[in-house]
Design a protein around this ligand. Structure first.
Ligand code: PEP
Length: 257
C-alpha cells in the first residue's frame, strides 16, 4: 500500500470572492513544488467558480463545504451536487459537526448527501467525531461506529473508493484543543477496522482517513506521523496561506522520508 497524505482546508464562512481569489493564488504559488501530498481547498459556494479559474491547472483540488441531496426543485437556498460539479469542484465536505450543531444534520441526511454527491461524480469528505460529553462518557467508539454505519449504509465497496473520511472530535474543532496523536490514532484505527469489516481489506487499506481539530503547523507532523492518520482537515489554520503551506510541507516531508 502506498502511503497517502491529503491536506484539505475548510474555509467555512470566510472570504468574499476577491479575498478567496487572493488566498487561492497564494496557496497555489507557495505549493508548486509539492509532488506527493494531496491538497484540497474548500471555499464557500459563492467563490467556487472563481477559485476554480485559479487552481484548475495545478496541484490544488477544489471542494465544496456541503451538498444538498435533491437534484433540483423548490428547495430555496440549497445547492445540488450537479451545480457544485459544474463549478469544477471535485470534492464536497459532508456532515461537518457544525452542520450537525447548527443545521439539523443527522446520520440519515449525511447518507443522502453522500449518495447524491457520488451520483454527480463528486468525492465526499465525510466527517465523524464525538462531542466532549460523549468522550467523557466513554462512548467515543460507540458514537463513531454509529456515524460510520449510518453514513455508509447501502454503499458498495466500489463507491467507497471515492470517499475520504475525516475524524474530527467536536471538542477539538476551533478550540485550540487537539487530540493527542495517540488519542487520534486510536479512533483512526477503529474507523479503518470498521471499513475493513463492512467493505473489505482493500478498501480499508486505501481509504484516506484525515484528522481534524485544531491542526496547526506545530502539531501537524506528530499527528500525520501516526500509522492510520492519512491527512488533515484544517479549519482556522487554512485561512492563512503560510500556515496552511506549513502543514502541507509537514505532509510532504513525511512522504519523502
Ligand atoms: C474544521 O472545521 O474542520 C476544523 C478542524 O477546524 P479547526 O482546524 O479550526 O479546529
Amino acid at each position: 500500500m502506498n502511503r497517502k497524505i491529503v491536506i484539505a482546508g475548510n474555509w467555512k464562512l470566510h472570504k468574499t470572492n476577491q479575498e478567496a481569489l487572493q488566498l487561492a493564488n497564494q496557496i497555489k504559488i507557495k505549493n508548486t513544488h509539492i509532488k506527493k501530498a494531496g491538497i484540497i481547498i474548500c471555499p464557500p459556494f459563492t467563490a467556487l467558480s472563481e477559485v476554480h479559474s485559479v487552481v484548475k491547472d495545478c496541484n490544488v483540488a477544489l471542494g465544496a463545504q456541503n451538498v444538498y441531496w435533491e437534484k433540483q426543485g423548490a428547495f430555496t437556498g440549497e445547492i445540488s451536487a450537479g451545480m457544485i460539479k459544474s463549478t469544477g469542484a471535485v470534492y464536497a465536505i459532508i456532515g461537518h459537526s457544525e452542520r450537525h450543531q447548527y443545521f439539523g444534520e443527522t446520520d440519515e441526511t449525511v447518507n443522502k448527501r453522500i449518495n447524491a454527491a457520488l451520483e454527480a461524480g463528486l468525492k465526499p469528505i465525510v466527517c465523524v467525531g464525538e462531542t466532549l460529553e460523549e468522550r467523557e462518557k466513554n462512548i467515543t467508539a460507540q458514537v463513531v461506529t454509529r456515524q460510520i454505519k449510518g453514513a455508509f449504509a447501502g454503499m458498495s465497496a466500489d463507491a467507497m473508493k471515492n470517499i475520504i473520511i475525516a475524524y474530527e472530535p467536536v471538542w477539538a474543532i476551533g478550540t485550540g484543543k487537539t487530540a493527542t496523536p495517540d488519542q487520534a490514532q486510536e479512533v483512526h484505527a477503529l474507523i479503518r477496522q470498521l471499513i475493513s469489516k463492512e467493505f473489505g481489506n482493500a478498501v480499508a487499506d486505501n481509504i484516506v482517513i484525515q484528522y481534524g481539530g485544531s491542526v496547526k503547523p506545530d502539531n501537524a507532523e506528530s499527528l500525520l506521523g501516526q500509522k492510520d492518520i492519512d491527512g488533515a482537515l484544517v479549519g482556522g489554520a487554512c485561512l492563512d496561506a503560510d500556515s496552511f503551506t506549513a502543514i502541507i510541507a509537514a505532509a510532504e516531508k513525511l512522504l519523502q522520508a
